[in-house]
Design a protein around this ligand. Structure first.
Ligand SMILES: O=C(O)CCC(=O)C(=O)O
Length: 249
């Protein structure tokens, strides 16, 4: 896996979840987002910017919630019990794995909005660039329901310039259509570096696309900018924190 990750900037862990887990996570995902809507919490994950026209924007939607492990224990259980994923992450970034944050994303059928191509690093730059995302798929993800797309090997380009005022790359140079679609099954987990260029297309199908993105880093990889704080950040998912951060105790 390490060789593939170093070459491509992403790897897929197949069958990382059981059917019972997948069914539970589908139910919990819908319930968590519905509860957030019921209390009028903002659930829109639609990115600003003119990568879609105003007419298209009016027809599209995408919902999500940050750190759902604070809303439902099912997410906490999956976070600490998914050894198949943590084994691979350990191979990629070492034994001391720390949580940064998580994001549940629900692309609704027929109207699921796209994500423009981008790198994640501008949101939370770190010294050693160990930050990666594990995307847990609760539904089969295909081109039709807007699966993740990546530009293989793009992590080697380092930190790229974004469109001014946004965190995404120039859509003329990095179109969603030209990126590699990562079609995967429910229960598969796609792991990618925060330098890997990625995005995803519209959900034009009659199926939802529900996934959960878990951002992790090596515990000794420090942020270079004091930004993107979140509940639970710094939780050890495996190993120990070799830096005793007394100031944070
Ligand atoms: O869920 C997706 O299709 C992409 C999500 C993503 O890239 C992000 O939230 O940074």
């Amino acid at each position: 896996m390490r060789e593939d990750y170093e070459r491509d900037g992403f790897v897929i862990v197949r069958n990382a979840m059981t059917w019972e887990q997948i069914e539970e996570m589908r139910r919990e995902s819908d319930a968590v987002v519905q509860r957030a809507k019921d209390v009028q919490a903002g659930t829109s994950f639609f990115w600003g910017g003119d990568f879609v026209s105003p007419e298209e924007r009016a027809k599209l939607d995408i919902n999500g919630i940050h750190d759902p492990q604070f809303h439902s224990a099912a997410f906490s259980r999956l976070l600490v019990s998914c050894d198949k994923v943590l084994d691979v992450v350990e191979e990629l970034i070492g034994p001391n794995i720390q949580l940064h944050h998580t994001k549940l994303i629900v692309k609704p059928p027929e109207s699921g909005a796209p994500f423009p191509m981008h790198q994640d690093y501008p949101y939370f730059p770190h010294e050693k660039d160990t930050m990666l995302a594990a995307m847990f798929h609760f539904d089969d993800a295909t081109i039709e329901n807007g699966c993740l797309r990546v530009v293989p090997g793009s992590h080697k380009s380092g930190k790229l310039d974004t469109i001014t005022g946004t965190n995404y790359l120039d859509p003329k140079e990095f179109s969603i259509e030209n990126a590699l679609p990562c079609e995967v099954n429910s229960g598969d987990v796609l792991i990618f570096s925060y330098l890997t260029i990625h995005g995803s297309g519209l959900n034009t199908s009659d199926r939802p696309r529900r996934n959960w993105l878990v951002q992790m880093r090596a515990a000794d990889d420090l942020p270079t900018v004091d930004t993107h704080h979140s509940r639970g950040q710094g939780m050890m998912l495996r190993g120990v924190d070799p830096l005793v951060r007394m100031s944070k105790l």
